[in-house]
Design a protein around this ligand. Sequence first.
Ligand SMILES: [Zn+2]
Ligand SMILES: [Zn+2]
Length: 103
Amino acid sequence: MKKILILSVFLFLGLTFKAFSQTVYTSPKGEKYHTADCRLSGEASPVKLADAKKAGKGACDICKPNELGKAKLNQCSSKTADGTRCKRMTANKNKKCFQHQPK
Ligand SMILES: [Zn+2]
Ligand SMILES: [Zn+2]
């Protein structure tokens, strides 16, 4: 339990730093920019968000790097109707995607 707490403090600090000058990842061939942990970032190299935009790149639909750099995406913690875990990513605090928000 303690470990999780420490981890989240580091995570918070990391995100705070990120917010000052967000780095995104993009490859010369790609039309999108990604966060570091996006599975599509592949051979992408780090660039400043502003530079990626200048180059005409758009935000990835999967990792959704946003300009504030503070939204940490989590996999939705809900289960779908067939009993498997929902695969949607969400930045919501309760870790539930828009479809699984409590009514
Ligand atoms: Zn991506
Ligand atoms: Zn969901």
